[in-house]
Design a protein around this ligand. Structure first.
Ligand code: NIG
Ligand code: FE
Length: 415
């Protein structure tokens, strides 16, 4: 199978020399070609260039030609932080928050993550696969080509394994590239409310060996926050996770400055995510580390949290990634286009910075930047073609609109 996209008004996010991530001032640059062509063979990008330099086609067999006049082509988004497997929904808590309760107060009365845990334990694997596939399909048509999915609504040995097996099934059934994260340390389950130590021992001694045995997760994550897990517990759990082959990630500094980012740097986390309460100390520590600072603008927006200092981090020379945090409690949207709008409007990121953050940098945060996250020869053919639009800045500018016309995943047209 071959696809030739021709007359592309602008081919956005190309790389002649692929990088693993882009940092600081480099994020302001986004390489593009005007009036371009892009060639795909099987699941890979095999060529691109200017229309005027195009040498034509010698072999027309199995070739689909797409004319993209007045349209842009971009690499698909990589969404490096989601909780897309869940049962039911939590719009009741949304209304409670409108009426004055805080996210923390809702958790303290047994809602929040514990509400989703109750719902998930009653759901079958089949139901969870079916509802998650619908969400994956929705985000794919919004331009996402790779996604990380966390457990963390199970909170017991059986229910966490059930969630991770659901993610394994999604990897088989969905055309998207999927990475799995074990987030048993998302909250302490109600039945062990007064015995967190016991729960941590279960995570480390009972769950991790089973996860490793069944190869169910690439990453291990902890919600490092007051009433959830301390910095020391975060380091302990993530260090144990590494022994079982899982790379660390952290939910860090979302509701308070609580040590998650420093814990992440200490254990060599691939990303620390949220960062609303990150300070100068954490920014210093992140410099020179392997850890990708990742902002989740949907959750900050939906919970009316202070904004993470994305601008300050980039000005300090750090890379920044963007992900959706798609989940039923704090970010019931997996639309990366809207995340771009939030970053441009609220965090003062330029469209170039936002696109880099949502493609190559978020690919890094899920170990995919060698194969995803830019238009580069040999990379996975995950690209989307826009409707007729004037420029790439029009994407974050037109918040709430769907400007994507065609999505190609692994060299196959999806719609
Ligand atoms: O990333 N912060 C912790 N976990 C999720 C929220 C999960 C939920 O409320 O269900 C988050 O925002
Ligand atoms: Fe999250």
């Amino acid at each position: 199978m071959k696809i030739l996209i021709k007359n592309i008004k602008q081919l956005v996010g190309i790389e002649d020399e692929p990088r693993l991530k882009v940092s600081g001032a480099e994020m302001k640059k986004l390489e593009c070609i005007d009036n371009a062509w892009l060639a795909i063979e099987n699941d890979k990008i095999v060529g691109f260039g200017k229309m005027e330099d195009w040498e034509g086609i010698t072999d027309w067999t199995n070739l689909t030609i797409i004319d993209a006049s007045e349209k842009l082509v971009l690499p698909c988004y990589c969404d490096s932080h989601t909780h897309i497997v869940y049962a039911g929904s939590r719009e009741g808590e949304f209304v409670d928050r409108i009426n004055g309760l805080t996210y923390e107060q809702i958790f303290e009365r047994g809602g929040g993550i514990l509400n989703s845990a109750k719902k998930l334990r009653d759901a079958s694997e089949e139901e969870l696969v079916e509802s998650a596939l619908k969400r994956l399909n929705e985000i794919m048509l919004q331009g996402t080509g790779a996604v990380e999915i966390k457990s963390g609504y199970g909170l017991s040995v059986e229910a966490e394994l059930k969630m991770l097996r659901v993610i394994r099934t999604l990897k088989e059934k969905s055309p998207l590239t999927i990475k799995a994260t074990f987030l048993g340390a998302h909250a302490v389950p109600a039945e062990l409310k007064n015995d967190k130590r016991k729960y941590i021992d279960i995570l480390i001694n009972e769950l991790m060996p089973r996860i490793a045995e069944e190869k169910l997760a690439e990453y291990c994550d902890v919600f490092c926050e007051q009433n959830y897990f301390t910095k020391e517990e975060t380091v302990e759990i993530l260090t144990a996770g590494k022994k079982y082959g899982m790379t660390p990630k952290v939910h860090a500094e979302q509701l308070s400055n609580f040590g998650g980012a420093l814990a992440g740097v200490e254990v060599g986390a691939i990303s620390v995510d949220h960062l609303e309460f990150v300070g100068d100390k954490e920014i210093e520590a992140l410099k020179g580390s392997v850890t990708m600072p990742t902002v989740l603008p949907g959750a900050a927006f939906f919970l009316s949290l202070p904004l993470p200092p994305a601008r300050k981090m980039m000005d300090a020379g750090l890379p920044v990634a963007i992900a959706t945090d798609f989940n039923p409690g704090s970010s019931p949207s997996g639309n990366m286009n809207f995340m771009l709008s939030l970053c441009c409007v609220q965090y003062k990121m330029s469209p170039e910075e936002a696109i880099n953050a949502a493609t190559i940098n978020s690919a890094y945060a899920m170990d995919l930047s060698k194969t995803h996250g830019s238009i580069s020869i040999g990379k996975q053919a995950n690209v989307f073609i826009t409707k007729e639009i004037p420029s790439y800045a029009f994407i974050p500018y037109s918040f709430g609109s769907n400007l994507i016309e065609t999505v190609i995943i692994g060299g196959k047209v999806m719609n």
